[in-house]
Design a protein around this ligand. Structure first.
Ligand code: S3P
Length: 429
């Protein structure tokens, strides 16, 4: 279990590019694999989570070449995947296991999916239940609520499903199953979660209709290979945005970041807290909005965060907690129960870590209250094996009164293998 010790910084300055978007990278492999023709992907994120997706599709006979620049996926059509010869190991990746389970439900073969010690604790009932309503035959640990899951693929029928939680993984699992189902599959959610699947399904020629409640996919329509350019991941950019906001004398330009409105909740939240963040040169690439983001040091104030902005910022709460720890007054986070079932329980993990730095935090069932302070203490904190906790606490270290050691940081490689070298590049001591 390796750790890193980070010293306080004098400023964050310069220009960076963050690696490709994790969600879009996963989907490019999945849709490329079941399309007809060769899909080329530029800007693919070579993080461990995405490599899990790549390995799973290779294990089903899909030829995927990586020349170091682009990824080329030779699609096998909707019904061309092979039965895998072994268990598909999804590692730490919730997106891999949940989306692939949807897709595997409609195949004419048997498969088993599993993951690491963290993934095997995460809830799977949320996909197994609606997939079973479509006719999927899935069994697994603890009455099919935990991985490993065994999938006896077969014919599916379309359903109209109202998801009780806003989750792009649930929605996307059903959309992928819907490609194989008889008739139409509709999914709605309390408020919109990231819509990368909807955009990419369209890009690949799926029959899809969207309305304000959700999305409907028609089954049996073949997909056509495409060229996909993956923008920088706003979730990765967030660590640098917060770093530049809270560190004095900072000015940072982050180029080529995906700014899909279903992902920019973090920008709205940090701007409301008083953050000086500007989106420059807004453009569209492969059906996704992209911009350069300019950030300058700012005096932040506590705000109340709840409602529909929460799913639009769901992965950014660990970093938002760090911004809140430095803001004047109290930041309250509510309607964020989903944070308890991420790579770890992010409410408890962040509350515990911030308390170690002398911050007052009160946990609630669906969020927390954080009282900001000018003073963050040094010390040792733990990632709980969660990449976003590790990176958030590394950012907190930049403004602490003494160095902070973050333990168990290997997990950073799941989404952002170059995080520490990139941080080193923009930090002045
Ligand atoms: C993701 C959806 C979100 C998010 C995860 C990636 C996706 O999960 O937290 O990091 O790519 O669909 P939920 O669907 O569980 O909210």
């Amino acid at each position: 279990m390796n750790s890193i010790t980070i010293q306080p910084a004098a400023s964050i300055r310069g220009e960076i590019i963050v690696p490709g978007d994790k969600s879009i990278s996963h989907r490019s492999i999945m849709l490329g694999a079941i399309a007809n023709g060769v899909t080329t992907v530029h800007g693919f994120l070579r993080g461990e989570d995405n490599l899990s997706t790549m390995h799973a599709f290779r294990a089903m006979g899909v030829v995927i070449n990586d020349d170091g620049e682009t990824i080329q996926i030779t699609g096998r059509g909707l019904h061309g995947l092979n039965e895998p010869g072994d268990v598909l190991d999804c590692g730490n990746s919730g997106t891999t296991i949940r989306l692939i389970t949807g897709l595997l439900s409609g195949q004419s073969f048997f498969s088993v999916v599993t993951g690491d010690q963290y993934l095997r604790k995460r809830p799977m009932k949320r996909i197994v239940e609606p997939l079973s309503l479509m006719g999927a035959r899935i069994s697994g640990r603890n009455s099919a609520t935990l991985a490993p899951l065994a999938i006896n693929g077969g014919p599916l029928k379309g359903i109209d499903y109202q998801s009780p939680v806003s989750s792009a993984q649930i929605k996307s699992a059903l959309m992928l199953a819907g490609l194989y189902a008889d008739g139409e599959t509709s999914v709605s959610e309390p408020s919109l979660s990231r819509d990368h699947s909807e955009r990419m399904f369209r890009h690949f020629g799926a029959s899809l209709v969207r309305n304000d409640k959700g999305v409907t996919v028609r089954g049996g329509v073949e997909l056509t290979a495409q060229e996909v350019t993956v923008p920088g991941d706003i979730s990765s950019a967030t660590f640098f945005i917060v770093a530049a906001l809270i560190t004095p004398h900072s000015e940072l330009l982050i180029k080529n970041v995906g700014v899909n409105p279903s992902r920019t909740g973090v920008i709205d939240i940090l701007q409301e807290m008083g953050g000086d963040i500007q989106l420059l040169d807004l453009r569209e690439v492969s059906g996704e909005p992209v911009a350069d983001i300019m950030v300058r040091s700012s005096r932040l104030k506590g705000i109340a965060i709840s409602g529909s902005v929460v799913p639009r910022a769901i992965d950014e709460f660990p970093a938002i907690c760090v911004a809140a720890a430095r803001a004047e007054g109290v930041t309250s986070i509510r309607d964020a129960r989903e944070l308890r079932v991420k790579e770890t329980d992010r409410i408890t993990a962040m509350a515990g870590n911030l308390r170690k730095l002398g911050i007052t935090v009160t946990e609630t069932e669906d969020g927390m209250d954080i009282t900001g302070s000018e003073q963050l203490l040094g010390g040792t904190v733990d990632s709980s094996g969660d990449h976003r906790i590790a990176m958030s606490m590394s950012v907190a270290a930049l403004v602490a009164s003494a160095s902070i050691t973050v333990s168990d940081i290997a997990c950073v490689a799941t989404s952002f293998p170059t995080f520490f070298p990139l941080l080193e590049k923009v930090v002045s001591k």
